[in-house]
Write a protein that binds this ligand. Structure first.
Ligand code: URP
Ligand code: ZN
Ligand code: ZN
Length: 490
């Protein structure tokens, strides 16, 4: 084959199953050949001694989105997408959030307008649902799912976003009917509220009490509850940001009995612990997220779960709140743990951390890294085979990694607008030096070469978990029949 616009030559290519020597030939925005000995393209990139991997897909990040507490993150679609690109991620899927009283359709339209003006890489978005009125569930949500927004997130905690069990069943019923993937933030709101109230009354206000109030059993209970609710219709659910050992064990046990439950974790749960919240003054606020950081035993259990496939994705959960009054510290040094904006930044560091701590420390193989960083995301969220693999026909989204380059992480060298990194001063090995998005070399020699708004919206197909046809039990068939509008004979 001749006439490549770009070839990536002499590198070691990997998929989620194998590692092999090949050149990658690109025409326009697509890969057209992956084989050895390709003829020169109009431009050649020498990838000798480098790994040539699918560009990362980050399916959990908060970009230009107001939180449940009403706080706006520091990154807009431009800074977030630039930061993602520098970290080897070529597709992001953040959230269009419906806050109470808002039209879901309007929330999605407003968000789409922001993205298309600013993103430098390809993108889609999920929805966040906080209302379950007929307009939302019977009209807007099905219409949006059919237009390619095939996943949405619901919260079991945060007073301003949470839905109750009845609402959860309504939501799961729509997902079963429309074949969409439900992402769940699983923590028991009342346990957290009850403990928090008593801690505050007793004057325990420091950031570390965030961890005390978000006790492990709150995560475990909610994880179990939503899994059991999902079993009524045998509909898939994906538990996001799994942090706790018991929650993991709950997911594992449910998978063993055939429940359709998937799971995600994030770098901070693998690399940081609750001790990081226990710093002098309010410094621990930089490490407050929900669910909270746990302990070393939880970290080991999470690495095991990634290897064993109990958890399928590693996302950033990038929640870019600055360490000032706009984000983490609304009341300055008087801010209590209840007022700290929840979440950690991490779009740019997600993959370098996973590579260094996972592949570099022999916890993960290279195919496992590819699966957790890109391929599984693409499969689970309806982007495969366009994203998440290097093969003819796929989008030419490629990260060329120098596996031996050492980098010391500092906030100043990252491209987000957060102003701090939880990993300040940490030296890691392996960095995505050159990044190709839809055939364009957008990061090279530490410089960006992509215009604001040049990323494309990617409509998503049915998520892989929702395409699986399963033999339903008579009981599940019956409850599924109740999700439709036709009368049911008992
Ligand atoms: O603490 C977190 N995870 N903040 C971001 C919002 C969310 O719940 O994912
Ligand atoms: Zn969440
Ligand atoms: Zn999140």
């Amino acid at each position: 084959m001749t006439g490549f616009d770009l070839t990536i030559r002499g590198g070691t290519v990997a998929s989620d199953t194998e590692v092999f020597r090949a050149d990658v030939g690109i025409v326009g925005d697509r890969i057209v050949a992956v084989e050895t000995g390709l003829p020169p393209g109009r431009r050649d990139i020498d990838a000798k001694n480098h790994l040539v991997l699918p560009g990362g897909v980050d399916t959990h990040c908060h970009v230009e989105q107001r939180s449940g507490m009403g706080r706006m993150g520091a990154d807009d679609w431009y800074s977030a997408s630039v930061s993602a690109a520098f970290g080897g991620t070529t597709t992001i899927v953040p959230f269009a959030a419906q806050h109470r009283g808002m039209s879901l359709k309007q929330a999605a339209a407003d968000y789409a307008a922001l993205a298309c003006q600013k993103s430098v890489i390809d993108y889609s978005y999920h929805l966040i649902l906080s209302e379950t009125d007929p307009q939302t569930l019977q009209h807007d949500l099905p219409e949006l799912i059919r237009s390619g927004i095939t996943s949405f997130k619901v919260y079991m905690t945060y007073d301003q976003l949470k839905i109750d069990d009845y609402q959860m069943l309504d939501v799961l019923a729509v997902a079963a009917r429309e074949r969409a993937l439900v992402m769940v933030h699983a923590e028991n709101n009342d346990v957290i509220r009850w403990v928090s109230q008593r801690l505050l009354e007793r004057g325990y206000t420091a950031p570390k009490y965030h961890g005390t109030s978000h006790v492990q059993l709150a995560e475990t209970e909610a994880t179990n509850r939503v899994i059991q609710l999902s079993r009524l219709f045998d509909v898939p659910v994906l538990i996001v940001h799994v942090s706790a050992r018991e929650a993991l064990a709950t997911i594992q046990a449910a998978q063993k009995i055939g429940a359709q439950v998937y799971g995600e974790t994030c770098p901070h749960y693998l690399l940081l612990t609750e001790d990081d919240m226990d710093l002098p003054g309010t410094e621990g606020a930089k490490y407050c997220c929900s669910p909270p950081l746990r302990d070393a035993a939880a970290q080991e259990a999470l690495w095991d779960a990634l290897r064993q496939g109990t958890l399928q994705t590693l996302s950033s959960d990038h929640a870019p709140y600055r360490y000032d009054a706009s984000g983490k510290l609304p009341e300055g040094d008087k801010t209590t743990f209840k007022q700290i904006a929840n979440g950690l930044p991490g779009l740019e560091t997600r993959l370098p951390l996973l590579f260094s701590e996972g592949v570099g420390k022999n916890r993960l193989s290279i195919p496992e890294f590819v699966a957790l960083s890109a391929t599984n995301h693409a499969r689970l969220y309806g982007l495969f085979p366009r994203k998440g693999l290097l093969a003819p026909g796929a989008d030419a989204d490629v990260a060329i990694w120098n596996p031996t380059r050492e980098v010391t992480l500092t906030a100043g060298a990252l491209h987000d607008q957060v102003g701090y990194t939880p990993y300040e001063g940490m030296t890691i090995k392996g960095w995505p030096e050159t990044v190709v998005s839809a055939g364009r070399v957008i990061v090279e020699n530490g410089r960006l070469n992509a215009a604001r708004g040049s990323g494309r919206f990617i409509p998503r197909s049915t998520p892989m978990p929702c395409t699986t046809e399963r033999e339903l039990t008579p009981s599940t068939r019956f409850f599924r029949s109740l999700t439709g509008s036709k009368p049911v004979s008992l």
